[in-house]
Design a protein around this ligand. Structure first.
Ligand code: GLN
Length: 500
């Protein structure tokens, strides 16, 4: 049997249900793994070990007490630190919220607790989820478990790295422009950005409200289905959480790809894409074809506008959402003579450079005289981008594309060049603007396997119709039944074994 921390959620479920392991043993195995490797990976901002063991004990007791059980009962998970957790710090990777402990749980957390899941702790991220590398955390960068000198992607890099390193069986992140999909690709794990509105945002600290979605990371598409089953659906506390019925995502996994029409958008194979990334993605299309899918070329002509449109809309919404950090209502306060002085000092001290850049961009784009030229126009082009998708989905069931143009890059490589960092998201931004779901599955490795060019994971992005996560998960699961990329693990040597 593999080590307990290497299990998938589905495998752990079977062992728990057969009484071969307890949740306390499983949770302890994950906590031990965190102790062994997290000083290298640094995926976590906070670990709640006592509470985790207590939750595991309660989860183990549920059947004995005749309480309802569920597929997540006793399963240890991690949560990105932009999602509110009652009694546990929620910093958003920012000094602004360094000492902030929410008085309530996000709806997603309430649902996970209701299902008996065990919450291990909070994962690192770029400040307020703005970034593509997790280097913009105010605390420390998280490292890619496949190569500790490289980034795990971002902004949900802590959650992706935690799953890749065996520090959690599953984790939640958020995706505004790619922050679940890109780190899933760079860390070699499976990640799902649901349709905008599929999952409640109540208790998610807002970055760009018309784009933000919470979604799962896990080792397999099946595990992502289990995690989505637990969190999806309408919420009286969030009017943007859609009333559409929630199908049984796990039941949709029939392993069948025959007749599935897969569109390959030609605009996604952008200039500057690393050849190894393109090769791995193209090879995965052959696998889908061999399994019975029909591969067709499609065009999404407005793709090239996604990046400029996103970098108007997301900063505009961010500038409005972040106005609440005024030194009075939440978190940090730098005292001064007047309210305005205090506001200025607090925001100057609490926000890092990328957050300040976004607030300035957004405030400018929304200002009188520029609103129509920038924000309104960006919203109009956003509609054209969405129409591209809806038209493509008249011909095909899913789209298959690269997730990011590169594999994991070196820490520090892009921090001085915001535009190079923004380009990491060219393949994920269009789907975010359109509000459609995207699933990333590991599809190979790129690199020479040398020290200078190590083998690093590549992820295939499957994009689906609005509210059709079931088809994405079915395709991802079917792909994983005939490939083994998702079973590969990075080698991490616990520090006591290196003698450090
Ligand atoms: N990297 C993109 C940004 O910096 C997307 C971030 C996200 O999805 N949260 O805005």
């Amino acid at each position: 049997m593999p080590a307990l921390y290497e299990l998938t959620i589905a495998e752990a479920r079977a062992l728990l249900d057969r009484g071969e392991i307890t949740s306390v043993e499983l949770t302890q195995a994950l906590l031990d793994r965190i102790v062994a490797v997290d000083n290298q990976v640094r995926a976590f901002l906070a670990i709640d070990d006592e509470s985790a063991i207590e939750q595991a004990r309660l989860a183990d007791a549920r059947p004995r007490r005749g309480e309802a059980t569920s597929p997540l009962r006793g399963i240890p998970l991690a949560i990105k630190d932009v999602i509110s957790t009652e009694g546990l710090t929620t910093t958003c990777g920012s000094l602004m919220l360094e000492n902030y402990t929410p008085p309530y749980d996000a709806t997603v957390v309430t649902r996970l607790k209701g299902a008996g899941a065990v919450l291990l702790g909070k994962t690192n991220c770029d400040e307020f989820a703005m970034g593509s590398s997790t280097e913009r955390s105010a605390y420390f960068p998280t490292r890619n478990p496949w190569d500790l000198e490289r980034v795990p992607g971002g902004s949900s890099g802590g959650s992706a790295a935690a799953v890749a390193a065996g520090e959690a069986l599953g984790a939640f992140g958020t995706d505004t422009g790619g922050s679940i999909r890109q780190p899933a690709s760079l860390c070699g794990v499976t990640g799902l950005k649901p349709t905008y509105g599929r999952v409640s945002r109540y208790g998610l600290v807002a970055f760009a409200s018309s784009l933000d979605q919470i979604g799962p990371f896990a080792r397999t598409a099946r595990d992502c289905a289990i995690l989505l089953d637990a969190i999806a659906g309408a919420d009286p506390r969030d009017s943007t959480a859609a009333p559409q019925p929630v199908p049984d995502y796990t039941a949709a996994l029939n392993g069948d790809l025959r007749g599935l029409r897969v569109g390959v958008p030609r605009e996604y194979f952008v200039d500057g894409m690393q050849p190894g990334v393109e090769a791995a993605v193209r090879a995965s299309l052959d696998v889908l074809r061999d399994a019975g899918a029909e591969i067709v070329d499609v065009s999404l002509p407005h793709t090239k506008y996604a990046l400029p449109v996103y970098y108007i809309i997301a900063p505009a919404e961010a500038s409005a959402n972040l106005a609440r950090y005024d030194g009075v209502r939440y978190g940090l306060r730098v005292p001064d003579q007047t309210y305005w002085d205090e506001l200025e000092k607090t925001r100057g001290a609490g926000f890092g450079p990328e957050v300040r850049r976004r607030i300035m961009l957004g405030t400018y784009a929304l200002s009188a005289g520029y609103y129509d030229a920038y924000y309104k126009r960006a919203q109009q082009v956003r509609t054209l981008i969405r129409r591209d998708f809806l038209q493509a989905f008249e011909q095909v069931d899913v789209l298959a594309a690269p997730t990011a143009p590169t594999v994991a890059f070196r820490i520090g490589e892009k921090t001085d060049d915001p535009l190079a960092m923004y380009l990491e998201d060219v393949c994920t931004l269009p789907g975010s603007l359109a509000g459609v779901p995207g699933l990333v599955v590991p599809c190979g490795f790129s690199g020479a396997g040398t020290e200078a060019a190590p083998l690093l994971p590549v992820g295939l992005q499957l994009i689906g119709r609005p509210f059709d996560e079931a088809t994405l998960l079915r395709a991802g699961d079917a792909y994983q039944r005939v490939t083994d990329w998702h079973t590969r693990r990075p080698t991490l040597t616990p520090e006591e074994d290196i003698g450090a």
